[in-house]
Design a binder for this molecule. Structure first.
Ligand SMILES: Cc1cc2nc3c(=O)[nH]c(=O)nc-3n(C[C@H](O)[C@H](O)[C@H](O)COP(=O)(O)OP(=O)(O)OC[C@H]3O[C@@H](n4cnc5c(N)ncnc54)[C@H](O)[C@@H]3O)c2cc1C
Length: 492
């Protein structure tokens, strides 16, 4: 696909160059707020549960889009904020009756446009469903409502000596519902896997308002199709998740942390493969390039010099963490690390991780950003980063490279000027080239941010035609009217 086609796919009349975290004004968004076939919306509003629906354009505008860039933004018709599963079901039944599209919204921190409202849609916000319902220390389970912030669950279970591993960079504000619907990853996936690895059961409201339970509370159970994991990662296109049961682990021992610095990004990429090959037990293996380190340095002053072209942050929470980090250090030195620093001080590690979480906001200060999210086998990280460097030089663009290198999931962040057509076209060409490279290397177009509205056109490149048809059929089976998040995941 060429850059012009991509521009068409990824942009729309309402696309604005404002920062997504600024409050969006209704006038900035594409109308109409109500489609022409809207029917009697005033009569409809009166039938919603009291206090649940708002339709004032200046209020609903704040729910129009997520944190993605270059995805279409529209003014929703209304925002519903139900407090119970029954109210969700009631809202969904009314929307279905009137044929109104519905997009579920957690914190709106998504990076693929999956929570962007289609024109005239009802946004269903889960912010009033934010209770931790149960923490069971014997069966090691937690049951939560979808609006619970992930960091709040992690903190609550740690108070009873348990551990909920998934830790996306947005852990302090993204919700469990959003994490389930995007199958969110994070920094500890290299050892602990992704959100879906912890979800054992769900309650969900279907597009016709019926309530379905999936999964179970037992460690094992194979009765029927695995509908739980059909909903995990479905980006709000199959059902509205209203309750989530996750399994918990015993809290791990305190982690030891290591930072290795390199004079070239390729050396750091080689070290990622070497650490894998030496079977080092890492619970985190993050890579940051010079552009990203420089941007973070301006905000957090960690003391990385200009001569550092790339750094790896390695953590091990194994009982043998000292041995594991010694092995990781040896692998890094074999790959020409210029300096290696090891620490067992939890405060130092915390500071480093907080700095790592600044990568995206720090890069955003360099200009407009187009963030990619590709994942390749760990052995091919070096090929991916070398390709990204070449593309940056060819297109004359600065590309910050950071990500969860231990599981091959990198976030090349293209810095460009959205108001300049040439810069924008070059950015789209670079984005396309990087995504295509990931597929060529045996990887995927998205490791954790999802397809959303940003990568719908690429999905058909990854799926074979039969699989693509099955995707469409599954979606029709669960949502025959096509009301749930139309335009997301499968375009059209
Ligand atoms: C600074 C920053 C760092 C980030 N780091 C990471 C990271 O390390 N790893 C990672 O995976 N992501 C990361 N993200 C992306 C984002 O935070 C995740 O995708 C997160 O899971 C989205 O959660 P949310 O509550 O904001 O969901 P939203 O953005 O509101 O929604 C995301 C999708 O989930 C659907 N959805 C939300 N709630 C429900 C529900 N109850 N039922 C059905 N569908 C629902 C929405 O319709 C939409 O399709 C980061 C984002 C930022 C801004």
């Amino acid at each position: 696909m060429g850059a012009e086609e991509l521009t068409e796919t990824m942009t729309g009349p309402a696309q604005q160059d404002e920062a997504a975290r600024q409050v969006t004004k209704a006038d900035d968004l594409a109308g109409p707020q109500e489609p022409t076939d809207a029917g009697d919306r005033a009569g409809l509003v009166a039938r919603f549960p009291a206090g649940v629906l708002i339709t004032a354009p200046e209020l609903v505008a704040g729910y129009a889009h997520d944190e993605s860039r270059l995805t279409q933004r529209n003014l929703p018709w209304a925002v519903a904020s139900p407090a119970t599963t029954d109210e969700v079901a009631q809202c969904m039944r009314l929307a279905a009756e009137a044929g109104i599209p519905v997009v579920v919204r957690g914190a709106g921190s998504g990076l693929s446009g999956a929570a962007n409202a289609p024109a005239g849609a009802m946004v269903l916000s889960t912010h009033r469903m934010a209770s931790i319902l149960e923490i069971d220390t014997i069966d090691r389970l937690a049951v939560v409502q979808p609006g619970v912030v992930t960091g709040a669950l992690r903190a609550a279970v740690s108070e009873v000596g348990l551990f909920y591993p998934p830790d996306p960079g947005s852990v302090a504000f993204s919700t469990m519902g959003g994490n389930v619907a995007t199958n969110a990853g994070g920094m500890c996936c290299v050892k602990y896997g992704v959100t879906g690895d912890y979800v054992v059961g769900l309650e969900a409201v279907l597009s016709d308002g019926r309530v379905m339970r999936t999964g179970r509370r037992t460690i094992k159970g194979v009765a029927g199709y695995d509908l739980t994991h059909l909903l995990v990662g479905s980006e709000g296109t199959l059902a509205i998740v209203t309750e989530i049961t996750v399994r918990l682990l015993p809290a791990p021992a305190g982690a030891a942390t290591m930072v290795a610095m390199f004079a070239s990004l390729s050396d750091a990429g080689r070290a990622v493969a070497a650490i894998g090959e030496d079977a080092v037990d890492t619970s985190m293996l993050e890579l940051l390039d010079r552009t990203t380190l420089g941007a973070i340095e301006r905000k957090a002053h960690l003391g990385f010099g200009d001569d550092v072209a790339a750094a790896l942050i390695v953590q091990s929470d194994a009982p043998t963490s000292a041995d594991q980090l010694a092995a990781a250090e040896a692998a890094c030195r074999r790959c020409d690390a210029t300096e290696v620093v090891v620490s067992t001080d939890p405060d130092e590690a915390d500071l480093l991780l907080r700095a790592r979480r600044l990568a995206l906001p720090a890069l955003e200060e360099l200009g407009d950003r187009l963030l990619d999210d590709v994942c390749v086998p760990r052995s091919r990280v070096v090929d991916l980063v070398e390709h990204i460097q070449r593309v940056g030089i060819e297109e004359g663009l600065e590309i910050g490279v950071f990500g969860h290198a231990g599981d091959g999931n990198m976030h090349p962040t293209i810095i460009f000027d959205e108001s300049d057509d040439a810069s924008r076209t070059a950015a789209l060409r670079a984005f396309d080239s990087i995504t295509a490279c990931a597929l060529r290397l045996g990887g995927t177009i998205t490791g954790e941010h999802g397809v959303g509205r940003l990568k719908g056109a690429w999905l058909s490149r990854e799926l074979d035609p039969v699989s693509a048809e099955m995707h469409a059929r599954v979606r029709r089976a669960l949502d025959p009217q096509g009301l749930l998040n139309p335009g997301c995941l499968l375009p059209g």
